[in-house]
Design a protein. Structure first.
Lengths: 53, 198
């Protein structure tokens, strides 16, 4: 367990990281406002995975 | 209609009364977040080697195969369908096992697709042995998107359970930095909710 923890990336979050996180959350909210549902987004992601594979 | 491989895995698990949840990046929309991912990750709660063998057999009968010989003490195994593959985990995260509370808190996303409670999902991101910057980005986004619905007390319990309090304090520092540098109130709200627990 301790050995595993050593491999974890240290947490060093910058203001740019947090700014990007807020923007990504806003982008998702915009998709929802435009009528997409989380279920549809999930299915779209699944389709992309299958195309890739 | 969801992908054939995912639907088949869900159907076989349901037939054998095995608890199952979608995890990894694919589960993110259930928490109001999304990003690209190339993996289908699923976790199942297996009670015995016999049940695991029946599960693998059920998948095989539906043309979903594994090249491995999964054992109940393994972390995961990979299955292959005609057009796609999926990783099936025998625990929610390589760092911890299922427990009853985690099972009780499984959340129905839609249809028969379930996901972990948001607090347990956050724990999988923070606790995984190969935790990366992408996992930390996911944690930030999930907290921002779910600050009002998050069960902060339960989340705190889980952080203590996995000795991750200090890791999460590093994340909280980022919200402190943001609250000092920006006028938006969300970071301050998150800090208040976290500090109310201390």
């Amino acid at each position: 367990m301790d050995q595993k923890k050593l491999k974890r990336a240290p947490i060093n979050i910058t203001l740019a990281d947090i700014e990007r996180a807020y923007k990504k959350v806003e982008e998702f909210q915009r998709l929802i406002e435009r009528g997409k549902t989380p279920e549809q987004i999930f299915k779209d992601m699944l389709r992309l995975i299958e195309v890739d594979q | 209609m969801i992908s054939r491989i995912l639907q088949t895995i869900l159907d076989v698990a349901s037939h054998l009364k095995i608890k199952i949840a979608v995890i990894g990046g694919l589960a993110l929309p259930a928490y109001n977040v999304a990003r690209t991912t190339l993996d289908i990750d699923i976790c199942i709660k297996i009670e015995s080697q016999k049940q695991l063998n029946l599960f693998v057999k059920g998948l095989k009968e539906n043309k979903i195969n594994t090249k491995q010989k999964p054992k109940i003490d393994h972390d995961l195994f990979t299955v292959f369908g005609k057009r796609s593959e999926a990783e099936i985990w025998l625990k929610p995260c390589d760092a911890f096992q299922w427990d009853d509370q985690m099972i009780e808190k499984l959340h129905l996303f839609f249809g028969d697709v379930k996901v972990l409670a948001v607090e347990d999902y956050l724990l999988t991101k923070l606790a995984r042995s190969d935790r990366s910057a992408v996992d930390i980005d996911d944690v930030l986004k999930i907290i921002i998107a779910n600050k009002d619905s998050l069960d902060w007390k339960y989340f705190q319990f889980r952080l203590n359970w996995e000795s991750l309090e200090n890791d999460f304090k590093d994340i909280i520092k980022a919200f402190e930095l943001d609250a000092k540098n920006n006028v938006r109130s969300i970071s301050s709200d998150i800090l208040n909710k976290f500090n109310n627990l201390l």
